[in-house]
Structures are given as structure tokens and as C-alpha cells.
Design a protein around this ligand. Structure first.
Ligand code: ADP
Length: 435
């Protein structure tokens, strides 16, 4: 500024001196003419630089600041430096903002930024997925018009956001979302969303499991308790009645024992590390044992057969596989009426090995098949309990097979019979026993 004033003063002094010189040496007219020419030149000089400035202002790029003379050189240089500093800090700010946006986009949780009127300012991709919003269409719209659930409206009105809200969406897929508002910046709000579908499912399974176990134990406990109460109310224990009650109490206690044993097996399978892969499972011994067990359970009521086209064994855990195969055999016996037949088979199918148990029993309606391996799932509750079932057999089978990379195939037709097959990948084959 100072330099500008100095230079301007210098110009004016020079013009005045030149005009006075003309006045003294010539005449007042000559002085006026000289003054007019000098002022005109000075005006033209300034107008030229103003024109340069105006042209540059139309596209103000720091690198293209015009190059001027005299005081205008100083003006343009100052302009260039200011512009450069501004452009650098703008670049820095843009970079920081970009990093924040990228972090927001990459977040595993959903984030929606709301303005003071609860209109959407920004959404990240997770929030789009969780809330079914559209980044282009919905920005600028009120969130209350987009999420119509009454619980959400009540939550937004409540103005107390210390606890998250749980929302369930059924479209386009079943989704449970935990959602929380975090006010910031005095008027704005962050809406955070998290997908808790899986967690909710696990908790539901856990709740159902506890309810099922309690229910399964309550019936036999009530029966045994009832008998004991009746006996204790009797002034003298009637020997005949006692003998009548005893088998029924034993039956109920056996039921509880089987249930607890199955529960322990399941918990062991869930909590122990992956199945032993280095153990040799001798399938000849296994099949012999299973045949003896099937005949023992059947007590001559069924025809039990064994088919095999291979003497090969398996890599895995004998104990776990025996528990899984034993459950399939026991089911075949329990769900096949007297006179039916049960066939155990062990087959090498080239790229896979198959252990199967077929029966000519009651069969299973098609709609039940996908759910059979769920804990406590039964087609006919009464029949299962009546035959000593716990409802956990196929759940155990599923666990054991998963630990052996095997799969369960179920084919069944009501009143015709069922075939439960365990299919092992070829890598599980162990030939060392076949000698
Ligand atoms: P359960 O102890 O009740 O037998 P499982 O888990 O072993 O429990 O089997 C689940 C259900 O599958 C049974 O309740 C029964 O309805 C059906 N099921 C299993 N195996 C057979 C079979 N071989 N024939 C007919 N139904 C079967």
C-alpha cells in the first residue's frame, strides 16, 4: 500500500514538474497541453492494467495472473501470492474433506447426516443398504417421509436418543436394524444404523433353545414329581401301586437322561475344536457295531440288511461318526413299523463315499425335510417322544457332518420310507485298513 502511494505520488510530482517546466519555458497553454498529455498517458496506463485485471477476473487462475508494470506489477504479484495461498489451503481442505468422506463411505455401519429440519444432507452406502434409501433421490428430503415406521417417528419426536431403536424391515429382505441418533453441531444430527439381523437370529435361537429344553424337562419332571407326591401322601405305601409306578418313573428318568446326554453331546461338538482328521475310522468295525445296535433296537421287529461295495475307511473321529450314524440307525428303527426293513449301506461312488440308512417306515412330508436338523424339530411330537426321541438326534448328525466336511441328503416319501445319506468327499477316504 505504501509503495502504491509512493509510486502514485511520484507520478503526480513528475507530471506537475513537467507542466511547470513548460509553463516557465513556454506558456500556460503549453503547460496545460503537457499536463493533459501526461494525465492522458497515466490514465491510459491505468486503464490498460484495469482491463488486464478485468480479463483475468473472468477466469481467476493463480498461474495466469497478468504481468504489469510499475505499481501494477506490485498489485498483480500481491494478488498472485494471495491466490496461491488460498488455492493451497483450499486443496488441503478438499483433501481432508475427501478423506473424511472416504472414511464415512468405508464404515461398516450406516451414517446419515441430517440438517436442522431432519432433511438428509449426506448418506453413506451402508445406510442406503440398511434403510433402503437412494443417494441421489433422497438427499434433501425429510427422513420422516422416507422411513414411515411409527416407532421411528415416535423416536424422533421423543428427543431422547440415549438408547438405540430397533427396526425390522421385510423388504427387500428380512433385516433387523439398530438405529441411534446423535445430535451434533447444535442443530444437526447423525443417524447411525447397524445390521443386527444375525445377532437377533442367534438370540432368538438361544431363547427358543432354553424354552425348548425347559419344556422337554418339565413333562418328565412333573410325571415323576406327581408319582412321588402320591406315594408320599399315602399313609402306608401300597406295594402293588409302588410296583405300578416304578416302571413309569424309570421311563421318565430315562427320557431325562437321554435328553441331558444329547445336550451334552451337542455342547461338546459346539465347544471342542474341529474334528480329529488324523484318526483312522475302520468302517468294517463301524458297520458291524451299527448292525448289532440296529438288531438290538429292533428286537426282531424288522429285517435289517447291510450292503457294501467298499472296505475303505475314513479319516475322522470314530466316536463322533458313530454318534451320527447311530442316530440315523436309531431313527430308522423308531420310525419304521413292525415288519418293515432297514438297510445300511456303505458305497464308494468314485468321487465320493456314501453311508446311508434306508427304511420302509412312515416317511416324512416334503415340507418338513429342510427343517429336520433344527434342534427339537419334530414332524410328530407325540410319536417322537413315544419312541424315546429327544428331538436332538439330527442336530447332532448335522454338527458331526459339518466337522467332517460331509453333507446330509434326505429322501423320503410319506408311508413309503426314508433314506438318510451321509456323503463324504473323496479326500476323507482312508485305505490303510482295506488289506
Ligand atoms: P427325534 O429324537 O425326535 O427322532 P431327530 O432329530 O432324530 O429327533 O429327528 C427329527 C425328526 O425327524 C423326528 O422327530 C421325526 O419326525 C423325523 N425323522 C427322523 N428320522 C426319520 C425316519 N427315518 N423316518 C421318519 N421320520 C424321521
Amino acid at each position: 500500500m505504501r509503495e502504491f502511494l509512493q509510486r502514485t505520488a511520484l507520478w503526480l510530482v513528475t507530471i506537475t514538474v513537467i507542466s511547470c517546466g513548460f509553463w516557465v519555458s513556454s506558456s500556460a497553454d503549453a503547460a496545460m497541453l503537457a499536463l493533459a498529455i501526461c494525465l492522458g498517458a497515466w490514465l491510459a496506463f491505468n486503464l490498460y492494467h484495469i482491463a488486464l485485471l478485468m480479463r483475468w477476473l473472468r477466469h481467476p487462475v493463480p498461474e495466469r495472473v497478468p504481468d504489469g508494470f510499475g505499481v501494477w506489477h506490485t498489485v498483480f504479484m500481491t494478488l498472485y501470492r494471495t491466490m496461491r495461498t488460498q488455492s493451497q489451503s483450499k486443496k488441503k481442505l478438499t483433501h481432508v474433506l475427501e478423506r473424511f468422506i472416504n472414511a464415512g463411505e468405508a464404515m461398516p455401519d450406516g451414517v446419515v447426516v441430517l440438517d436442522e429440519l431432519d432433511r438428509i444432507e449426506w448418506i453413506n452406502p451402508m445406510a442406503v443398504e440398511h434403510l433402503g434409501l437412494d443417494r441421489k433421490r433422497d438427499v434433501g428430503n425429510q427422513i420422516l417421509n422416507l422411513i414411515r415406521q411409527p416407532a421411528f417417528h415416535a423416536y424422533m419426536k421423543n428427543a431422547s436418543f440415549s438408547q438405540p431403536l430397533m427396526l425390522t424391515f421385510s423388504q427387500p429382505r428380512e433385516l433387523v436394524i439398530s438405529l441411534q441418533l446423535v445430535p451434533f453441531d447444535s442443530t444437526r444430527k447423525l443417524l447411525l444404523t447397524r445390521d443386527i439381523t444375525q445377532l437377533e437370529r442367534v438370540q432368538t435361537v438361544h431363547r427358543d433353545f432354553v424354552a425348548n429344553v425347559s419344556h422337554e424337562l418339565r413333562t418328565p419332571l412333573t410325571v415323576v414329581g406327581g408319582f412321588l407326591e402320591t406315594l408320599s401322601d399315602m399313609p402306608e405305601v401300597n406295594d402293588q401301586m409302588f410296583r405300578q409306578f416304578l416302571p413309569m418313573m424309570m421311563e421318565q428318568s430315562r427320557r431325562m437322561q437321554s435328553l441331558v446326554e444329547d445336550l451334552l453331546t451337542l455342547s461338546k461338538l459346539e465347544n471342542s475344536p474341529k474334528a480329529v482328521n488324523s484318526e483312522r475310522v475302520d468302517m468294517r468295525d463301524m458297520l458291524d457295531t451299527l448292525m448289532v445296535e440296529a438288531e438290538g433296537l429292533s428286537q426282531g421287529r424288522h429285517q435289517v440288511k447291510l450292503l457294501r461295495n467298499c472296505d475303505c475307511g475314513l479319516w475322522g473321529s470314530s466316536q463322533e461318526l458313530h454318534s451320527a450314524f447311530g442316530n440315523l440307525v436309531s431313527n430308522a428303527v423308531r420310525y419304521t413299523p413292525e415288519g418293515g426293513s432297514i438297510t445300511l449301506a456303505w458305497q464308494d461312488e468314485g468321487d465320493q463315499l456314501r453311508f446311508s440308512v434306508s427304511d420302509t417306515g412312515i416317511g416324512i412330508p416334503r415340507e418338513h425335510i429342510p427343517r429336520l436338523t433344527e434342534r427339537f424339530y419334530r414332524v410328530d411330537r407325540g410319536r417322537s417322544r413315544g419312541s424315546g426321541g429327544t428331538g436332538l438326534g439330527l442336530a447332532i448328525v448335522k454338527h458331526v457332518l459339518a466337522r467332517h466336511h460331509a453333507r446330509l441328503e434326505i429322501k423320503s416319501e410319506p408311508d413309503k420310507g426314508s433314506t438318510f445319506s451321509v456323503v463324504f468327499p473323496r479326500e476323507r477316504r482312508n485305505d490303510s485298513q482295506a488289506a
